[in-house]
Design a protein around this ligand. Structure first.
Ligand code: HEC
Length: 168
């Protein structure tokens, strides 16, 4: 009994020693960064094959982990899952099955409220490339995502997140 307990203690000490020899500097850096996440870095999101099936064309090549990381910029103003609150920006769940400016209960600018198009990945790509120019007069104060790869990754992330939990 006592021997087992001692062994366990020794093992625990050895483990914590290992932990200390890891990369404490990098951990500290991560914790202090502006993009802190509640999810662990590197844990791939578990999506069902049905959810992943929405990723066709260029979106099949997207890096979903990078998309999730990039979405943190959007998350300051947007939730993406069904039933979540509107923040500064509207909840985006189900956005690919509705028109622009049509999330129930969100107070849009006239520009977005009067816009007459449905959201598709291609439209979202144009919007994110140049939020101001795409729809003049809208109230989304975000500079946009400069590279095609960034836009592809974040759009793919939104596609699977919104398809994994369809609206209504
Ligand atoms: C600083 C806050 C902010 C950030 C950051 C932001 N948005 Fe927005 N977004 C808004 C606001 C506010 C609106 C509504 C604009 C309006 O009514 O004119 C909006 C609207 C939208 C819409 C239109 C939704 C609809 O229902 O038609 C989409 C799509 C969108 N944002 C996607 C994104 C994505 C993707 C990102 C990150 C890459 C992002 N936004 C970053 C504030 C933000």
């Amino acid at each position: 009994m006592i021997r087992t307990a001692l062994f366990t203690l020794a093992a625990a000490l050895a483990l914590s020693a290992c932990g200390d020899t890891g990369e404490p500097a990098r951990d500290a850096e991560r914790g202090a960064g502006p993009e802190r996440s509640t999810q662990r870095e590197g844990t791939p999101p578990a999506y069902s094959p049905e959810a992943l099936a929405v990723l066709t064309g260029i979106y099949a090549d997207a890096d979903l982990n990078n998309g999730r990381r990039l979405f943190r910029r959007c998350a300051a103003c947007h939730t993406v899952n069904d039933g979540r609150r509107h923040l500064v920006g509207p909840n985006l769940s189900g956005m690919f099955s509705r028109g622009a400016g049509e999330a129930a209960g969100y107070n849009y600018s006239p520009a977005l409220r009067d816009a007459d198009f449905d959201w598709t990945p291609e439209r979202l790509d144009e919007w994110l490339a140049d939020p101001r120019g795409f729809l003049p007069g809208n109230r989304m104060s975000f500079v946009g995502l400069r590279t095609e790869a960034e836009r592809r990754d974040v759009i793919a992330y939104i596609m699977v997140e919104t398809a994994a939990e369809p609206a209504e």
